[in-house]
Design a protein around this ligand. Structure first.
Ligand code: ZN
Length: 323
């Protein structure tokens, strides 16, 4: 046991005073949860019922790419399912892929392989039965071995994505998990996540809180929490989602123009939702907090993501690059 960081105790107090949450969900591959009424199917996102749209496809409450196999809903119609799958969830998938690979999170077809792409041979990072296999070429390196600090430092390229689409995909998870009684507070947000023209905005400044918990973490667990402002409280955003998978925890506010009118345009200062931290902070380091700005409306191509892996021992197999 190590002593709790006083900052974490303070943050826990802050959230306890200002927010009340619904029971956290711990999602593992076997966790079967079906949300919504099977006998009265109305799409939460477009508002249409069974007489207008079909509900044949399996609708995941959290994208399968993040490792959710088994939490599904009855309130997402096939049209919306395909719209989200082709659109914002694809952006979230591209954006999150490097960290999902390194956290060994299994999506629809296993842990994603990262590769250069294109017709020429290029670097490749693959997770298989014996662990990670990484290949790169001298003239196109993607990682550097730092023997002294026992670290592998990667500079990985992300597939293209639109930041605000990633933000919408996170908000969509929150709007899927909130109780139906809350939906009238999120009419604008529900329309916004369906809007395919990402230049049309609902939010201007909209930071996501990201906490990185270093060290080996379970690769088959997603934790989600939803918090709503207590009725007696003001001066803080109405609702937010916390979603944790792999080494990352994201705190995402759910925009409600109606409920957030009093704080619109104001600068707010408050702590991030406290996270339990990594498995052993003395060995792997403390959790790192950062603010993410995912409000950009232009497609980002070729962005580089730095990733650092620690190692105990490394054996390098030279690959001859015969071109
Ligand atoms: Zn729909």
């Amino acid at each position: 046991m190590h002593e709790l960081d006083p900052k974490i105790v303070k943050a826990a107090d802050f959230y306890d005073q200002h927010y009340a949450g619904i029971e956290p969900l711990f999602i593992r591959p076997g966790t079967k949860i079906v949300l919504g009424d099977k006998n009265n199917r109305v799409c939460r996102f477009c508002g249409k019922g069974e007489n207008e749209v079909s509900f044949k496809l399996e609708a995941h409450a959290i994208p399968e790419s993040l490792g959710n196999k088994s939490v599904v809903t009855n309130f997402e119609c096939d049209n919306c399912n395909q719209l989200f799958g082709r659109g914002i969830e694809n952006d979230l998938g591209n954006w999150s892929k490097p960290s999902r690979t390194f956290a060994r999170i299994r999506g629809k077809s296993g842990v994603p392989t990262l590769k250069k792409g294109g017709p020429d041979p290029g670097w490749r990072i693959e997770y298989g039965e014996t662990g990670f296999e990484m290949k790169h070429y001298e003239d196109d390196p993607i990682f550097y071995v730092d023997e002294e600090s026992k670290q592998l430092r990667f500079e990985l390229k992300r597939d293209s994505y639109t930041p605000v689409a990633v933000l919408k995909a996170f908000v969509k998870i929150g709007l899927t998990l909130i109780p139906a009684v809350e939906l009238p507070n999120f009419v604008e947000a529900l329309a916004w996540i369906r809007e395919q023209d990402h230049t049309k905005g609902l939010v201007k400044e909209f930071p996501i809180f990201r906490t990185f918990q270093p060290g080996p973490m379970p690769n088959d667990l997603i934790v989600v929490m939803l918090m709503r402002r207590r009725p007696t409280v003001s001066g803080v955003p109405y609702a937010f989602l916390v979603i944790a998978y792999g080494n990352e925890v994201f705190q995402v506010f759910l925009p409600s123009p109606k409920q957030d009118a009093a704080i619109a345009g104001q600068k707010l200062t408050f702590p991030a939702f406290p996270t339990p931290g990594g498995p052993d902070p003395t060995r792997y380091g403390r959790a790192k907090f950062s603010l993410l700005d995912l409000t950009g409306r232009e497609v980002i191509r070729g962005e580089t993501v730095p990733i650092v892996l620690g190692f105990d021992q490394v054996t390098l197999n030279a690959v001859s690059a015969s071109k």
